[in-house]
Structure formats: C-alpha cells, structure tokens
Design a protein around this ligand. Structure first.
Ligand code: GUN
Length: 285
C-alpha cells in the first residue's frame, strides 16, 4: 500500500491560524511581534528566502524590517547593525540570512553568537542550543522543531520507537536527535557519508539531512516507517529531496514530499519563535 503523503502546507496553515490569534491578543496589549531580517549581498536564493520570511511574518500580523546590505559590507558594519538591533526594544527577533558573502564566511559564527539569545529566533546561539540539550525553556531550531511538530501531528506514540537521523548539522541532525530522544525514542544518529543503510532499514522513524538528491530509496526503508525528508537539493532549478519519493512511498507508512513537506513547516516555526519572543517580552508566557 502506498504511504500517506504528509501535507506540510496544511499543517503550517493550521499553526499560522493559531499564531494570527495570538498576535491579535498581543496587539490588544500594545505589542506587535517585530522581526529584523538582515540580508547581505545579492544572492537570489537568499533574497527569496528573506522575502518569504518577511511575508510570513506579516501574514500573521507581525512587522518585518528588512535590512539589505551591499555585497561589500564589512564585518564591523554588520556587527554594528546587529548591536543596534539588539539594543532596539521594539525588535523581538533578529535573523541574519546565511550564507554570508564569501569574504564574511569566516565570521558567520561570530555574527550568530552576537545576536542576543532572547532575540535569536533561528535558535543558532550556543545558549539556545545548550538550553535545548538541557531541556530548558528556549527557542528550538526551526527545522528540527518542524520535524517534531509533523510527527506530533501524526499522533504517533514516540515511546520505544527507533528513530534514525541521517545528518549531522547543528541546525537539523543534532537537535532533532535530542528532541526525538526527549520524546522517548531510541535514537541513532548516523553520518550521511557513512553506510547508513543498515540503520535506516531498522528505523520506525527516519529523518534525513543527507544533502544529496534521492539518496534514500525504498529498499533502504522498513515497511511502514515514517520518513521525514528535510532535504532541498537543487537540480536543474528544482528542489529535490534526500529521499527518492516514488520508491520510498511504496514502502513507507508516512512520507513528507519535497517540496510541500518540511519546508512550509520550517518557515512557520520561525514565526512561532518570533511570536514566542514577543510574548516573553510582553510577560505573556
Ligand atoms: N539560510 C538557509 N537556511 C537558513 C536559516 O534557517 N536561517 C538563516 N539565518 N539562514 C539560513
């Protein structure tokens, strides 16, 4: 039997409606969630992502200010802007779109770490990552949280499930491993450059961050498994997942498509973090 296709767009829409209500309540108290987005340079895909984040912020009733800095911006200029936004009381969330232009690559960590943890809606700051590992209240990385919310929405019992995460990054693989463990799963984290097939074949839940198009095929999946594909590999201008959807859907129980699965959820979880930041500032949570 073919797998159930997980509709990330519909799930994101439901969360968006909830956020609209929360923003209305905040506005009634005189607080408008306010996100500052910084884009350095002219990379088209980054500009597209920033526009989409700003649009989603405004769609729930928030305010987005976009700072588009020129390609030749210096690290001092960028740090000065982050500092100014940190000190601006009306700004609840700050996002610096990555990657930075080539001459600023070496400073990415420095820039991320300069954003105040309470304004770090990406949840890239070591304080937020550390709090997530400890299990303390904090912002959760948007992609990792998107995966968890999708699984929660399916209504599955996490306890005792074997989850296999194929990926390693601090944005996806590592945090999703911790969050699945917190939920009660036995979790195996495997490197995408290793032989991950013996692991994926045993998994009840697979989360992929492989970075190669269609790297996981149906024969690598246990029948009935839940497959969450965070991949977005651009091939001929099209976004292709890490999972070969057609063969995997013959075997899996549930599967996220690319596009239309984790992607729409990622962006709404960013807005969720922004609204949380505004609520915290307003003393509403
Ligand atoms: N570039 C690609 N994805 C992201 C993201 O989630 N946050 C930021 N800041 N930059 C990105």
């Amino acid at each position: 039997m073919a797998a159930v296709r997980i509709d990330g767009k519909a799930m994101a829409e439901e969360i968006k409606q909830q956020l609209i209500k929360e923003v209305e309540e905040l506005k009634a108290k005189g607080v408008t969630p306010h996100m500052a987005l910084i884009l350095v340079g002219d990379a088209e895909d980054s500009a597209l992502y920033v526009r989409s984040k700003a649009k989603n912020c405004e769609a729930v009733g928030g305010f987005a200010e976009v700072h588009h800095l020129p390609e030749d911006t210096t690290i001092d200029q960028l740090m000065a802007l982050v500092d100014k936004l940190n000190r601006d009381d009306k700004v609840h969330g700050i996002l610096v779109q990555l990657p930075l232009p080539h001459h600023l690559h070496q400073y990415e960590k420095q820039v991320m770490n300069a954003i105040l943890p309470e304004k770090d809606v990406d949840a890239f700051h070591p304080v937020n990552i550390g709090n997530m590992v400890i299990g303390d209240k904090c912002y959760l990385g948007v992609t990792a949280y998107a995966c968890i919310r999708i699984l929660e929405n399916l209504g599955i019992d996490f306890k005792g499930k074997h989850a296999v995460v194929v990926g390693w990054s601090i944005e996806i693989g590592k945090p999703v491993t911790v969050l699945l463990f917190e939920k009660g799963c036995a979790v195996t984290l495997v490197h995408p450059d290793s032989d991950f097939v013996p692991y994926t074949k045993q998994a009840d839940i697979i989360v992929t961050e492989v970075g190669r198009p269609r790297a996981i095929t149906g024969d690598m999946i246990k029948p009935g498994a839940i497959v969450i594909d965070t991949g977005s590999n651009f091939v001929d201008g099209k976004s292709i997942g890490d999972v070969d959807y057609d063969s995997a859907a013959q075997v899996a129980g549930y599967i996220t498509p690319v596009p239309g699965g984790v992607g729409p959820m990622r962006i709404i979880m960013l807005i969720y973090n922004l609204v949380l930041a505004a609520k915290q500032k307003a003393g509403a949570c």
